[in-house]
Write a protein that binds this ligand. Structure first.
Ligand SMILES: [Zn+2]
Length: 473
């Protein structure tokens, strides 16, 4: 099965092929700057590239897929947060890196294989800077080291900008020590109280862009196969990553750094980009208090990753209803056929969905395919075709697992609002209901029904006088 991806550098869909000389496929995605809880816009690339990670593993079972997502743990905003709270910087970065991992896990994202931290890669950053100075692509000035953008001929190739236009349109305040207005910082002095490391150019700390170039190379080796991130990282962050890495190694072609570039579109609220500077952000944590993580994941996958996605309550309600429908079909199947098999990924079972995802991660198409399978399952259940239904249920689980969906036990999905105490009480009532109905004690059966209704419980009768229950939506 061939995989096509939209490559930002080519500006079109291209066939993805693994490197002929390697049995590894490497994926690097720019991760969070850990100084507060992330908003749902920051979670979009995590879910999108998690879907890609799962797909790569399914399509290339003979390759080792290695996924690195960095943690930026040195930054002005981190320093400011630590100062505001009066705690050490490390306390801020540890706390928010951990909360990030927890939140992304609740969105069903697999942990990346590697999670490089900027502060643990200062040495390779310094080496890269030294190589750039050695090649004449960077210069030291007043305690700073700057990249000279005129020294990398392909500068602007990723974002489609020409250096001439950039310089003409420069509105940035130009520091007197810069040779060109677009030159960017590789190393800068730290202010008192900020973290700093020794260097040949004076004590200081790295710029943000050099962090990712160094961590990509140090953790995955070059060229990385797929480099991803949000659309807003194309310029300047990724443009600068390419320039640094290529100029340091004397490579002319941008693909010497990353073979394919993928970028996800923005999340919007009321048609405006969700961003901290606009103040229209909604944090993943707040959403998780109101919605299961899987609802957020479903909503994020409901649009194509390159298209903008408008984040509304209606979107979330629709995602919740969709999951209720899919889990409902599985729960009905379970009651008719017993436990549902897991269905192996990468087999005939998930082929239809895999093909859709292989077309540049067509997640809306893949979600529609899940509904087609669940409709088939419902038809088989209505017709009492137990063995066909058992097979189709397994296909549905396999298809959905490519998207990281429907991995919960269906009964758990419909009872998740009940704590252990309430669950035990409901279970006891449901069991008693089965007994009193068998004994034709209709008066008690009516009492139990009233009690369960008051608890917002729906009872579903299964084969052989058994019964199961759900909390009503
Ligand atoms: Zn980055």
């Amino acid at each position: 099965m061939s995989l096509t991806l939209h490559d930002t550098l080519s500006r079109r869909k291209v066939a993805f092929t693994p490197r002929p000389d390697s049995n590894r496929i490497t994926l690097y995605v720019c991760g969070p700057t850990v100084y507060n809880d992330v908003h749902i816009g920051n979670a979009r690339p995590v879910v999108v590239f998690d879907a890609l990670y799962r797909l790569l593993k399914a399509v290339y079972p003979d390759h080792q897929v290695v996924y690195a997502r960095n943690v930026t743990d040195v930054d002005d905003k981190i320093n400011a947060a630590a100062q505001a709270e009066g705690v050490p910087i490390r306390e801020i970065t540890e706390r928010f890196a951990e909360r990030y991992r927890t939140d992304m896990g609740r969105l069903g994202a697999l942990p990346p294989d590697l999670e490089p931290r900027a502060t643990e890669h200062i040495a390779p950053m310094r080496e890269l800077i030294a190589a750039l100075i050695g090649n004449g692509a960077a210069y030291a000035a007043e305690g700073h080291v700057l990249f000279d953008v005129t020294r990398y001929a392909a500068y602007g190739a990723l974002s489609g900008r020409s250096l001439g236009d950039m310089i003409a349109g420069a509105r940035v305040e130009v520091a007197p020590y810069k040779k060109n207005p677009q030159d960017f910082v590789l190393w800068k002095p730290s202010k008192p109280g900020e973290p700093e490391w020794p260097s040949p150019w004076g004590p200081g700390r790295p710029g943000w862009h050099i962090e990712c170039s160094a961590m990509t190379e140090a953790t995955l080796g070059l060229p990385v196969d797929i480099h991803g991130g949000g659309h807003d990282l194309i310029f300047p962050h990724h443009e600068n990553e390419i320039a640094q890495a290529c100029a340091a190694h004397g490579a002319e072609q941008p693909r010497a750094y990353a073979r394919y570039w993928m970028h996800n579109g923005f999340l919007t609220m009321d048609a405006e980009k969700m961003s901290k500077s606009l103040g229209n952000v909604v944090r993943v944590r707040e959403l998780l208090e109101r919605w299961p993580g899987e609802v957020l994941r479903f909503a994020l996958l409901s649009a194509h990753y390159r298209a903008p996605l408008d984040w509304t309550d209606a979107l979330l309600e629709q995602a919740k209803k969709s999951l209720d429908r899919l889990y409902g079909a599985l729960d009905d199947a379970r009651r008719l056929t017993g436990e549902i098999g897991r269905g192996r990924i990468g087999t005939e079972a998930d082929r239809a969905v895999r093909e859709l995802l292989c077309d540049d991660l067509n997640t809306p198409g893949a979600l529609s395919a899940l509904f087609a399978t669940s409709d088939r399952l419902r038809a088989e259940l209505r017709a009492g075709q137990a063995s066909a239904a058992a097979e189709t249920a397994e296909v549905l689980v396999a298809e959905a697992s490519l998207l990281g969906l429907l991995q919960d036990d269906p009964h758990a999905w419909f009872t998740r609002g009940a704590d252990a105490g309430l669950s035990a009480r409901i279970e006891a009532l449901v069991a008693e209901r089965v007994q009193v109905r068998a004994a034709k004690n209709w008066a008690r059966a009516d009492e139990i029904r009233a009690e369960l209704t008051a608890l917002n419980v729906e009872v579903l009768d299964g084969p052989g006088g058994t019964a199961t229950w759900r909390l009503k939506a």
